[in-house]
Design a protein around this ligand. Structure first.
Ligand SMILES: Cc1cc2nc3c(=O)[nH]c(=O)nc-3n(C[C@H](O)[C@H](O)[C@H](O)COP(=O)(O)OP(=O)(O)OC[C@H]3O[C@@H](n4cnc5c(N)ncnc54)[C@H](O)[C@@H]3O)c2cc1C
Length: 439
């Protein structure tokens, strides 16, 4: 089922491609390979544009990380087909020199897609760049996220260029079915993108009503809706926060909600760790600053686990505890007595926090327990090291392998190591839930 859903958008792109090809063949005897590559690039471009608007209808079943992965894969195929199409018709830039709309629009199409795909691959996604520390450093020094985002938006110019390129051909304009279909797809892809961008202007505004510093590297922000209406969210979900009247840049960043939904207070909390260009400037935030919150997104906690009494093991690494805290707080709010173990891996003593709250949870639910482990500093009273199979055995979690559901969120090396331990001990994928802090 998981694999099947990944084929939804490639399937849509194929339908778009097939319909445009059929429309061409109704009026032509054959379609050349060159033309086919162009039609394929166009079909993919409109599909990729549509995915970029984080369609609310499919996000619940896909999740944004998987939507972005499909978006990226299709964009690579799109760019390759556009380049092949351009090379097959290459005329030594004659058309550009003579100001032909066909050449100029096509050229901007290919250029826009190429730049957007490269920035997506190496600037916005962590898939390729994170493999090389040198590239990562270069990226952070030269191309910060805002520059990458602006370059990535050249995909819109690319898509408009591709549509104009089609319109510039008389024989395509006179093929009513083809041009109607191509225009409809442009309306959904490019039009959808602009409607989405406009909808961001109407997002409800939230005021920062409290800023706390639970540890030297963390900020806990409390957001209260300015119009009185708090968004409905599930434990473990995240929002895109965009500051509006602050000295910080108005770029949108995803942060998990750490408070429990509907806890009676008309506010929600996010906890943020200083980690880069944007988050290192959070000291400049002030109570009273205003932000929009887009979302909620994500499906860390499934309905079945939420409503059942099945045992849960929550494995957090550092700031990865935020969605886990939301789940935990919601369980406590419901006065559930289900067995829950929180394993929270931290680096330094100064990272330790929320002890009073966790102690109070133990009193509320005698079947709840928490375990801290430190990896970079020996801390009196706590174990030292990483979350390994041996460590989980020492805290009595060996029995959990047979029945419990495991929720993991933390740095990728920690998540991979823990997934390895679980797999080795026979925990099936269906009982492992992963939340990643990267796309
Ligand atoms: C679903 C999700 C939930 C998250 N929840 C939390 C949380 O609760 N608390 C927390 O501290 N952090 C969370 N993060 C991570 C947080 O979004 C990044 O640490 C933050 O955006 C980094 O921005 P920066 O400019 O300070 O750092 P940079 O050094 O510029 O970025 C570090 C890395 O963060 C990622 N990143 C940066 N900006 C964005 C962005 N606008 N959108 C997506 N990814 C970006 C990139 O992979 C980048 O390589 C979450 C991320 C995701 C995807």
């Amino acid at each position: 089922m998981k694999e099947l859903k990944n084929w939804l958008f490639p399937g849509i792109a194929l339908v778009v491609f097939g319909s445009l090809l059929a429309a061409l063949l109704l009026e032509m005897e054959s379609v050349s390979l060159e033309m086919m590559m162009g039609v394929l690039a166009y079909s993919l471009a409109m599909t990729v544009m549509f995915i970029s608007i984080r369609p609310k209808l499919v996000e619940p079943s896909h999740g944004l990380p998987s939507l972005y992965a499909v978006h990226g894969a299709l964009a690579i195929v799109l760019t390759l087909s556009a380049i092949i199409h351009q090379l097959m018709y290459f005329d030594d830039f004659q058309g550009l020199a003579e100001f032909s709309l066909t050449s100029w629009a096509g050229f901007f199409g290919v250029l826009g897609f190429t730049v957007a795909t490269l920035t997506g691959m190496f600037g916005l996604s962590s898939t390729f760049i994170s493999k090389s520390r040198r590239l990562l450093r270069l990226k952070n020094q030269v191309f910060n996220r805002e520059i990458n985002l602006w370059l990535h938006r050249l995909a819109v110019i690319g898509s408009l260029g591709a549509y104009l390129h089609l319109l510039s051909f008389g024989f395509l304009r006179s093929n009513t079915l083809f041009i109607s279909l191509a225009s409809l797809y442009a309306l959904i892809g490019i039009g959808g993108y602009f409607v989405y961008k406009l909808s961001l202007l109407k997002l409800p505004r939230y005021e920062i009503t409290a800023i706390k510093r639970p540890t030297p590297t963390l900020f806990s922000l409390e957001f209260t809706p300015k119009n009185g209406q708090l968004m409905t969210y599930e434990p473990g979900q995240y929002v895109f926060v965009r500051l509006k009247n602050s000295s910080l840049p108005a770029e949108s960043h995803p942060f998990s909600i750490s408070s429990a939904p509907n806890d009676g207070a008309n506010k929600l909390e996010v906890m943020i760790k200083k980690s880069g260009d944007f988050t290192n400037r959070l000291d400049e935030l002030r109570v009273g600053d205003v932000a929009t919150l887009e979302g909620p997104y994500g499906h860390f906690l499934d309905k079945d686990t939420k409503h059942s009494q099945v045992a849960m093991v929550l494995l957090a690494g550092g700031i990865g505890a935020t969605p886990i805290l939301s789940i935990l707080r919601q369980q406590m709010k419901e006065a559930s007595n289900r067995p829950i173990d929180l394993v929270w891996a931290l680096a330094y003593k100064e990272d330790l926090m929320l002890l009073d709250e966790l102690e109070a949870m133990k009193v509320k639910n005698p079947n709840f327990n928490y375990h801290f482990i430190f990896s970079d500093e020996e801390v009196a009273g706590y174990p030292f090291g990483f979350v390994t199979g041996e460590y989980l055995a020492t805290i009595g979690l060996e029995e959990a392998y047979s029945q419990s559901r495991f929720f993991i969120c933390g740095p990728p090396p920690m998540m991979n190591a823990v997934k390895g331990v679980l797999a080795k001990n026979g925990v099936v994928d269906e009982r492992i839930y992963i939340e990643e802090f990267g796309f």
